[in-house]
Design a protein around this ligand. Structure first.
Ligand SMILES: *[C@@H]1O[C@H](CO)[C@@H](O)[C@H](O)[C@H]1NC(C)=O
Ligand SMILES: *[C@@H]1O[C@H](CO)[C@@H](O)[C@H](O)[C@H]1NC(C)=O
Ligand SMILES: *[C@@H]1O[C@H](CO)[C@@H](O)[C@H](O)[C@H]1NC(C)=O
Ligand SMILES: *[C@@H]1O[C@H](CO)[C@@H](O)[C@H](O)[C@H]1NC(C)=O
Ligand SMILES: *[C@@H]1O[C@H](CO)[C@@H](O)[C@H](O)[C@H]1NC(C)=O
Length: 454
């Protein structure tokens, strides 16, 4: 172990927390030092599950839950941005690039046959954050911006007008169960990515696509621009006549963040209305206990799966960046994040080693242990820290110091709508379907099953 001043500081913080028998991380969400210490513990806890930097392992790979690598790295980027602690930067830099695959579009051939648009998109958003937070490009290989552009280009080519007048399907290939559906997080993610690329590069094409993805979303049952309800998913078979209305924080958060970027970039009232509208519904729906963020669909019944445990962390981050990008919203957002951060800290008393739980609103450890719990806690701590960060706090653009290299044609070699399907053998297909079933069950599929089953 290298003992830099930073890690010595971290060790001392660990000791001070651990000596009197694993107390709660007593987070004072108005104290940057307290938040930094909590974020350090939770990020350390999350990286206990990461082995991609060890001999014989693959950087950034989580084979049975590929997209979660992007959640870990996104949390680590925010941790570094808000604390200045570079402990995990090498792992993030190597892994975030490695999983870009040979075409630089997060369709790595080991996994691409069963990826959904949402899985790929989350990696694209993580790369976009790297560009916007000025995480240094690697000296060779793909730049962070070009990786985000690669995801945008491959997804743009999948825009599907064969049903529902447009939209992205959830899954990419016809042999996947979710191919028959269009869902909020895939379309909201594409919208957000396009909005962020528009703001970063100033290129009109991204702006056009952000508008198009939004307009389609509000014309579908996914986003209601009167009530500001965001539904989970809708079926191609009946031309998106109905929607499964299971409520998840991240479906709102992903559109919210896109709208906030659009307002910041265009100053168009339409986007301020969308930002305020979505925030209003989120506040009414997801904070039933004392301003503490809760995924109400799974937490009360203790049935959150690993994907779902990550939703609040992502949403916390999107809320914090909304407060920065649309300063009019800040006074409403910070108190909610502070209460959530304090409660999350109180949940980090598990296993005698500061393991964080799932149900922050209980303000104690609820018996759950996992990388996902640590990632979400890390995210809500660094979301709070964003308020106190100094220097360039908000995401930069190419005009305000962003220097990640642009490649508007990134990823386009992989653009055909069924690049792998036509070439794989029967045996591969069977294998892919089995994996897909795993993915379906573990991901939006769970929401569908929950919806249908009760
Ligand atoms: C805490 O303990 C749990 C259960 O033994 C373990 O899985 C986890 O990796 C530990 N975390 C840390 C940060 O030591
Ligand atoms: C992998 O990264 C973790 C977290 O930074 C670090 O503690 C560990 O020493 C690294 N392992 C190797 C083999 O580099
Ligand atoms: C794909 O799998 C091979 C063999 O295990 C490995 O060497 C390579 O690094 C993997 N690529 C990615 C992007 O995970
Ligand atoms: C709401 O969405 C509909 C499309 O369904 C659109 O015609 C209308 O202009 C939108 N209203 C606002 C205020 O954006
Ligand atoms: C855009 O975001 C920056 C922070 O990155 C903020 O300082 C600025 O006020 C925002 N602009 C608008 C129009 O809200």
């Amino acid at each position: 172990m290298r003992l830099s001043a930073q890690s010595l500081w971290t060790v001392l913080l660990h000791l001070s927390v651990l000596v009197p028998q694993a107390h709660a991380i007593d987070v004072d969400a108005t104290s940057p030092d307290s938040l930094k210490s909590a974020a350090s513990d939770a990020t350390y806890g999350a990286f206990m599950w990461y082995h991609g930097n060890e001999t014989g392992q693959i950087p950034g790979a989580f084979p049975s839950k590929w997209w979660e690598g992007s959640a870990l790295f996104a949390a680590a980027l925010n941790y570094w941005h808000t604390t200045g602690d570079t402990t995990y930067n090498d792992e993030v830099s190597v892994g975030l690039q490695w999983q870009g695959g040979s075409k630089g579009d997060y369709m790595p051939s080991n996994y691409s046959s069963y990826l959904g648009n949402d899985d790929q998109m989350f990696w694209g958003l993580a790369a976009m954050s790297a560009a916007e937070l000025k995480f240094p490009d690697r000296s060779s290989g793909y730049s962070w911006l070009s990786l985000a552009q690669g995801v945008f280009n491959t997804q743009k080519a999948r825009w599907d007008t064969s049903s529902c007048g447009g939209g992205l399907r959830w899954q990419i290939f016809v042999y996947q169960a979710g191919y028959t559906m269009k869902n909020a997080v895939s379309n909201g993610g594409f919208f957000q990515l396009a909005a962020r690329l528009a703001r970063y590069t100033g290129s009109a094409e991204y702006l056009t696509w952000a508008e198009k993805a939004w307009d389609w979303s509000v014309s579908s049952p996914l986003v209601n621009n009167q009530t500001w309800n965001v539904a989970d998913s809708t079926q191609c078979a009946d031309n998106c006549a109905n929607a499964g209305n299971v409520q998840w924080t991240y479906n709102y958060g992903i559109y919210l963040m896109g709208a906030a970027y659009m307002y910041n970039y265009t100053s168009d009232q339409k986007w301020l209305d969308a930002t305020n509208g979505l925030l209003g519904t989120m506040f009414k729906t997801f904070f039933p206990h004392d301003n503490i963020l809760e995924d109400i669909t799974c937490e009360p019944r203790e049935i959150c799966n690993n994907n779902e445990i990550l939703f609040k962390g992502l949403t916390s981050q999107w809320l914090s960046y909304t407060a920065i990008l649309v300063p009019q919203t800040a006074d409403q957002i910070w108190p909610k994040l502070q209460a959530s951060g304090t409660a999350a800290g109180a949940s980090c008393t598990g296993n005698g080693n500061n393991t964080c739980g799932v149900r922050w609103y209980q303000s104690k450890w609820d018996g759950w242990t996992g990388m996902e719990e640590e990632i979400s806690a890390s995210q809500v701590f660094s979301a709070n820290l964003l308020k106190y960060a100094t220097g360039t706090v908000g995401p930069v653009t190419a005009k305000t110091g962003g220097d990640s290299k642009s490649n508007p044609n990134a990823g386009e070699e992989g653009t055909s709508t069924s690049p792998h399907y036509s070439t794989i053998t029967g045996g591969d297909k069977a294998g892919a379907s089995i994996l897909t079933i795993g993915f379906v069950c573990g991901w939006v599929g769970i929401m569908v099953f929950m919806l249908l089953g009760g």
